[in-house]
Write a protein that binds this ligand. Structure first.
Ligand code: AMP
Ligand code: FE
Ligand code: FE
Ligand code: ZN
Length: 278
């Protein structure tokens, strides 16, 4: 079984529509693919339809933006009930703060670069899911940078004057909200130092106490030391580890299936979810 639990579609910052994503998953020989668009469940329906038709199993979920002391923390929620009001409200608030923050960043960028809010917003599925990758696409289209990576190394860096933080919840609170909605919380790329300062182990321990189900250990942004650290901490906490590609289509070099989750871990996680694997 080839299981890749963490991918993105055009409903957030991926470049494949959910149907294209499912087709790509099939072509990559995956048995199971997880759709984890940032802060939204809007792609679930199209993905489910495509997965049924293609004979690929689909784990519906969301990658939730959270923040601990100014550090961005991504929490995957697998198989939550999308109608549960608490988590639905959390996602709605994240979308609102995402749009507000994106408008602020684009305003700053537009002072120095030839891009507009209209141009950036048009590159996202809707204004509530605009992220820095869409700003990068606008900068690339304007000929300022050759690709997303270069734009992230430049003005989209989290350390520069154009950056505005997302106003999003605490990761421990988010774990509780995911569990309350019957979702299965998995901490995405926890020790990806390339993305900036990472979480202290104590915060991961607090997330585990709040109901965290697993740590993503095998991820391209984890070097061997980060993978080993994730495994050791997960073992201490009695939690399994997952592996995934974090595929974004052509928006990132990540290839489907480049990291995988063990079948027994997959079975243990999906048994905890409120909605079925399609
Ligand atoms: P945001 O949530 O708007 O702050 O943007 C962060 C998102 O940008 C992450 O979820 C990644 O998917 C994406 N990202 C981060 N670094 C890069 C990069 N170098 N190239 C393309 N996408 C990136
Ligand atoms: Fe992303
Ligand atoms: Fe992420
Ligand atoms: Zn992701």
């Amino acid at each position: 079984m080839r299981i890749d639990l963490h991918t993105h579609s055009t409903f957030s910052d991926g470049t494949d529509t959910p149907a294209q994503l499912v087709a790509a998953a099939r072509a990559a020989g995956l048995d199971v693919v997880g759709l984890m668009d940032h802060d939204t469940t809007a792609g679930w329906q199209e993905a489910a339809q495509a997965a049924r038709a293609a004979g690929v199993r689909l784990v519906r979920g969301t990658e939730i933006s959270t923040m601990w002391q100014g550090r961005s923390v991504h929490l995957l929620s697998l198989l939550q009930d999308p109608t549960e009001p608490g988590l639905a409200q959390l996602l709605h608030r994240n979308q609102t703060s995402r749009e507000r923050r994106a408008r602020q960043m684009v305003e700053r960028l537009a002072a120095d670069y030839p891009i507009t809010w209209q141009d950036v917003a048009a590159r996202a599925g809707n204004p509530q899911t605009v992220g820095r990758p869409h700003m990068a696409d606008a900068l690339v289209a304007a000929g300022v940078f050759p690709d997303r990576d270069a734009a992230f190394a430049g003005p989209l860096s989290g350390r520069g004057p154009y950056y505005v933080r997302l106003d999003v919840p605490d990761p421990v609170d988010a774990v509780a909200a995911v569990r309350a909605a019957g979702g299965v919380p998995v901490l995405a790329h926890p020790f990806a130092a390339v993305r900036g300062p990472v979480l202290p182990d104590d915060v991961v321990r607090a997330m585990a106490a709040a109901g965290l189900a697993a740590l993503e250990a095998d991820h391209r942004d984890h070097d061997p030391a980060a993978r080993a650290h994730a495994r050791a901490l997960a073992a201490q906490l009695g939690l399994p580890v997952t592996g995934s590609s974090d595929y974004h289509g052509t928006g990132k070099p990540n290839r489907l299936g480049e990291n995988l989750t063990a079948p027994e871990v997959f079975e243990a996680l999906v048994a905890q979810g409120a909605v079925a694997v399609v």
